[in-house]
Ligand binder design. Structure first.
Ligand SMILES: Nc1ncnc2c1ncn2[C@@H]1O[C@H](COP(=O)(O)OP(=O)(O)OP(=O)(O)O)[C@@H](O)[C@H]1O
Ligand SMILES: [Mg+2]
Length: 244
């Protein structure tokens, strides 16, 4: 089903709703790790927030995730693969993300449309107009309020991902691509951050976990919090300081 553009759900962008935050970046950059810090911070200031991921997030989309990350869709070619990612995304948006935002919950998503832009872009051979049209049809009026892009040398990111996976487990469909692919991917993410500075923030993900988390939380407080939430966040920092 094509997504609505300017009526119905589109109109929800004008009424009060939760904020939509996405985390992007290459393999092992720390997206899943940082989502946990973000959720803890939002919850601490009294926001109802949920974490989700792509591809996946809903039963139908998780079934497509299995097909996509196992590499079974690879032989269909990059255009069809991009369309399958989008099919999963539409289900995820319509059945999880938008209903939650409408209930004024905040949604934090581990990868979203920038991953399609970057991964399928890094694959090459895809018509830019096709990719733009596909993104518009998929997202309709729903664009993230904030996108955190975790920037890391792919050699470090892949080493982290391999370590997390443990011995004996194979790399997935995309981890298995050559280093040149992962370098192109990093450039594609950096390019998105540069082109869309109002939506995106690039963070140096080679830093330690706590330092990255502190920078992300600062960006969220500055960009998405109103005065009331900011006061609560400041009180939290104050409370967590050791007594003099
Ligand atoms: N800042 C950091 N410094 C060092 N190690 C980290 C850092 N952040 C995460 N890690 C570790 O690196 C590994 C990969 O992190 P994580 O799973 O969060 O990355 P990811 O971006 O979600 O990866 P993927 O794209 O494969 O899902 C984990 O073992 C995690 O504990
Ligand atoms: Mg992850």
């Amino acid at each position: 089903m094509a997504r609505k553009f300017d009526s119905g759900e589109g109109a929800m962008t004008r009424v009060k709703r939760g904020k939509f935050i996405t985390l992007e970046g290459g393999e092992g950059a720390g997206k899943s790790t940082q989502i946990r810090h973000i959720l803890a911070h939002l919850t601490a200031v009294g926001i109802t927030a949920l974490a989700t991921r792509e591809p996946g997030g809903t039963p139908h989309a998780e079934a497509l995730r299995e097909v996509l990350l196992s590499g079974r869709a690879k032989n269909l070619g990059p255009a069809a693969e991009a369309m399958l990612f989008s099919a999963a995304r539409i289900d995820h948006i319509e059945n999880l993300i938008e209903p939650a935002l409408r209930e004024r919950k905040w949604v934090v998503c581990d990868r979203f449309s920038d991953s399609t832009r970057a991964y399928q872009g890094a694959m090459g051979n895809l018509d830019a107009r096709f990719m733009q049209a596909l993104e518009q049809v998929t997202l309709g009026a729903l664009y993230p309020d904030l996108t955190i892009i975790l920037d890391i040398d792919p050699r470090l990111g892949l080493a982290r991902a391999a370590q997390r996976r443990g011995q004996g487990e194979g790399a997935d469909r995309f981890e298995g691509e050559a280093l040149a692919f992962h370098k192109a991917l990093r450039e594609a993410f950096r390019d998105i951050a540069e082109r869309e500075p109002l939506r995106c923030v690039l963070i140096d993900a080679a830093q330690g976990e706590a330092k990255v988390a502190a920078q992300i939380i600062k960006v969220i407080d500055e960009r998405l919090f109103d005065a009331r939430l900011r006061a609560r966040a400041e009180a939290l920092i104050h409370d967590s300081r050791p007594a003099q």
